[in-house]
Design a protein around this ligand. Structure first.
Ligand SMILES: Cc1cc2nc3c(=O)[nH]c(=O)nc-3n(C[C@H](O)[C@H](O)[C@H](O)COP(=O)(O)OP(=O)(O)OC[C@H]3O[C@@H](n4cnc5c(N)ncnc54)[C@H](O)[C@@H]3O)c2cc1C
Length: 551
């Protein structure tokens, strides 16, 4: 007999694990297959963004993230240098992750936890639910999608044994070279090669003693040719990642090139051990579709972006959260016929938005190649100190767009989603910084501290939440009845704190299971059933809603 599962997830990177964890948290069983044994040779991501941290809060795994072994006090400075033993052009100081302040717009802050620490946390989260079957050394070879489900042919990468897994739905979180995307025949659009970059992981326990720039998270090296190299403190200890940034011209850096780059960066020979070398292409690509009726793609399978900004995994985890509640609704039967199609409508625009912002950050980092530093930047002398300061200040101001990006992380909105009911207010701007919270339908529901010490965000997640706000809040019985009649999980919460009403703008606000606002008004709509049908993706109402919107 073939194995059967409601949801088959392909790929056990951070996005596949987050989706399996999210489904387990929702009480939906799934099977995750990963072709490798799960070990990570070279961690890629290390910035767990503020929105991902809000999800970790919802999932109840904040302690695990806090207790990750990246030291809490390791300074997170960004330092712009001509060399580690050369001149410092500028610096953006940040404290260690244990000391960064929580911003007013969230109950959380970003964290520095590299992939070889974060993937095990997500894996533990998946295992905690007891509902996910994790299968390592298991590769998706091919699949067929039918009206009733998906049949996936998989292969054990150790024994070579093949078998079939049947699933109602399948999600490809299988990375940039996604088999799922390829076999669906989905193309990717954008720029296939921004730079050919070489990453080198090296061990150097006394790195900070070899120069006078102190400890920092990222050193950006600027030579006469502009920005050419970065070095990142991967674990806040003995491991570092050097990236030879490269250009759109194809290049294969030899080990000799790599050692020469390390010597140039330090200004002299020093002792280190090369742990791994990864040659990769920085891309700006988004899949032309995010899936079909029963098969979806998420994470790097759906969008590939420059790491500048740390948006890649964080965008992918946003995909997982959007897809998670919709799959729950489909599996449990309360989702409408167009609910799963809204995944593409909501997440593809966010993919396009975030790949563009990542490329803008890359251009910012490489702006020194347009405005090359003059020879005086590399020569001693008081006059040259002034020139250095001026150049460094200019670069530091440009780079702040990347370091302060809560707007990118928190401000993504599903403005034109077919399952969001607009309220007619004008579309707000979408700046990367500063970020202003809004409860306009489609936006992430705002964070406000409640008198009992909880965040409004702590109310959301399991099902829909209908906020009834202000003194003497409006009735919501018709909405509650309509949800009950369709099996849609909905809880009403009355809150009279004035700052919650101020942040949410209207007295009735319907928040979806993913924490985005679906609808808001000061009183119940004339047809509460129509509202519930739109937000659960029931086709006839969604179609009418769309027609009403375009007329
Ligand atoms: C240098 C660098 C730094 C980065 N820093 C950050 C950062 O700070 N923050 C951030 O958010 N992002 C960052 N990123 C991007 C981030 O690493 C990726 O976006 C993220 O890893 C994508 O996760 P994923 O799960 O979608 O894909 P992947 O991590 O690529 O995982 C896909 C998995 O699918 C498996 N797989 C593939 N094919 C099959 C198959 N046929 N069957 C079974 N399994 C299969 C693979 O073995 C792999 O484990 C960085 C990237 C780079 C290169």
């Amino acid at each position: 007999m073939n194995a059967r599962t409601p949801v088959l997830i392909v790929g056990g990177g951070p996005v596949g694990l987050a989706l399996a964890g999210e489904l387990g948290w929702r009480g939906v069983p799934c099977t995750l297959i990963e072709k490798s044994d799960g070990s990570i040779e070279q961690p890629k991501m290390d910035l767990v963004g503020i929105r991902t941290m809000e999800f970790c809060r919802r999932w109840g795994i904040l302690d695990w993230v806090r207790d990750a072994p990246y030291p809490l006090d390791y300074p997170q400075d960004y330092v712009y240098v001509t060399g580690l033993n050369g001149y410092e052009l500028g610096r953006e100081p940040f404290p260690g992750r244990g000391f960064e302040a929580i911003p007013p717009e969230s109950p959380q802050k970003r964290e520095r936890v590299p992939q070889d620490m974060f993937d095990p946390i997500l894996r533990r989260f998946v295992e905690r639910s007891g509902l996910a079957t994790l299968r390592y050394n298991c590769e998706l070879v091919s699949f067929e999608e039918g009206a009733e489900g998906v049949r996936a042919n998989v292969r054990d990468t150790v024994t070579g044994r093949t078998e079939t897994i049947e699933a109602s739905y399948m999600a490809g979180a299988d990375g940039g070279a996604s088999t799922v995307r390829e076999q669906l025949g989905i193309g990717m659009s954008g720029t296939p090669a921004l730079t050919y970059t070489t990453n080198v992981m090296f061990r150097c326990p006394n790195f900070a003693d070899l120069h006078d720039k102190g400890k920092g998270y990222r050193f950006i090296f600027i030579g006469p040719e502009g920005t050419w190299l970065t070095i990142v403190a991967v674990n806040g200890g003995d491991r570092f990642r050097m990236s030879i940034v490269g250009t759109p011209e194809k290049i294969n850096h030899s080990e000799e090139d790599i050692r020469a780059a390390l010597k140039r960066a330090m200004g002299r020979d020093f002792d280190y051990e090369i742990l791994s070398i990864m040659r990769w292409v920085r891309r700006e690509l988004v899949a032309d579709r995010f899936g079909t009726e029963r098969v979806f793609i998420a994470g790097d399978a759906a969008h590939l972006m420059s790491p500048t900004g740390g948006f890649g995994m964080n965008t992918g985890i946003g995909d997982a959260v959007d897809l998670g509640w919709k799959l729950e609704a489909a599996v449990k039967g309360w989702g409408g016929a167009e609910l799963l199609a809204s995944y593409d409508a909501e997440r593809r625009p966010i993919g396009l938005r975030n790949v563009s912002e990542a490329s803008r950050n890359l251009r910012r980092m490489l702006s020194t190649r347009e405005r090359l530093p003059g020879p005086e930047i590399f020569q001693s002398g008081r006059e040259n100190d002034i020139a250095r300061k001026e150049y460094g200040d200019w670069f530091a101001a440009i780079m702040r767009h990347e370091w302060f990006a809560n707007g990118v992380m928190l401000g993504y909105r599903y403005d034109n989603s077919p399952i969001v009911w607009p309220d007619g207010t004008p579309v707000p701007p979408d700046p990367s910084h500063p970020y202003t919270q809004t409860a306009r339908p489609g936006a992430r529901a705002p964070h406000v501290w409640l008198p009992d010490g909880r965040s409004t965000l702590d109310l959301f997640g399991r099902g829909f939440v209908l906020l009834r706000l202000g003194r003497d809040p409006p009735a919501a019985a018709a909405i509650e009845r309509a949800a009950l009649a369709r099996g849609v999980p909905l809880t009403s919460v009355a809150l009279d704190a004035p700052d919650v009403l101020a942040a949410y703008g209207q007295r009735l606000v319907l928040v979806r299971p993913d924490g985005h606002v679906a609808w808001r008004a000061d009183a119940e709509p004339a047809d509460a059933s129509a509202l519930i049908d739109v937000v659960r993706g029931q086709s006839s109402q969604v179609t009418q809603h769309k027609m009403g919107r375009t007329s």
